[in-house]
Design a protein around this ligand. Sequence first.
Ligand code: ADP
Ligand code: MG
Length: 396
Amino acid sequence: MNKITVKDIEVKGRRVLVRVDFNVPLDEKTGDIADDNRIRAALPTIEYLKDRGARVILMSHLGRPGGKVVENLRLDTVAGRLSQILKQPVVMAPDCVGPEVENMAAAMKAGDVLMLENLRFHGEEEAGDVLFAQALARLGDVFVNDAFGAAHRAHASVSVIAEYLPAAAGFLMEKEVANLGKILENPARPFAALLGGAKISDKVSMLENIMDKVDYVMVGGGMAATFLKAESYEVGQSLVETDMLGTASHLMELARRKKVNLVLPVDFVVADEISNGAKTEIVPMAKIPGEKRIVDTGPQTIDSFSRELQKCKTVFWNGPMGIFEIPEFAGGTQELAKLLAGLEAITVIGGGSTAEAVGAMGLVEKMTFVSTGGGASLEFLSGDKLPGVAALPDKE
Ligand code: ADP
Ligand code: MG
């Protein structure tokens, strides 16, 4: 990555304002942190800064409070968890800007960690407001962006602030850009993109961009229904994006033109309803009963994907193969996760749900790289410049 990183800047004794992505999933009932991976992913940068005697000021958003204070989206639970992990106090600020917070930042000692309150309690954050970015900038001497998961947003704390402080990338940001960049620039071949998830609408520009780079595109999950419907197959009650049928045809045509092997499922797991304990049935692709819906990719398809994937040197996977949140419909996703974990290939996972599925199976360490950025990883792979990355100064 050709950007200035924390290693390139003086941090000793300085107030380092770090944008992190602590937008962790919360348990709906208890409000507890359901998964603290996003906190752990920022640790290398935080520890590095602490070790070098920086005063570490962390800022993040959590959820979608929409510009006002929402009590259960306060960041004190997150600060508490970070404090446990770091084994040191993490002081929680009452807000993210203003004189009181400025005083707290000024009083910090080397190695102290201060957590600012949810940035999105202020509407100015998402609006990319200049005055708000300047108010944040007053808290620090330097700005470090380690929030790859928010890098696709031109928000005040993500990109705008970089104009008002010396700026650098954190280690997570560096790792994300390096790993995702590698598969776009010079992937080992054959290179397969394995795609699933509910919809193609979120992924069209990513698909168009990677068509130039890949040898295979394998389509499973809910989005397969839209491709099949575009080829005039019956898909019963399956989720179909009717406004995307033309786009699906266009993508298949693009694959033909670019000599990309686009592989569609040959069988599916179908059910009457999407619920725990639903009765499932395996049917050939061309024989989906009218009253049923696709809930998972079938075993023959998983076998055929597996055979092709075993030939590949690079695999990018985005989107679960079925409605994996329901155990009865998780088989295809789990089989492929296991297969990828055992491949002698570069395996890169993008997308929030896909990372969650891989994480739940304990396979993160077996993959080359699991991106922490859901939307950001897709936008990066679309070939778009991410505002949070673009705002950081280049090396030299
Ligand atoms: P990611 O977050 O990894 O990018 P997506 O957001 O595209 O993945 O898709 C994840 C969602 O797709 C999951 O909630 C999953 O239940 C859903 N999904 C997968 N297969 C199907 C299907 N056949 N029908 C409906 N939804 C599906
Ligand atoms: Mg998703």
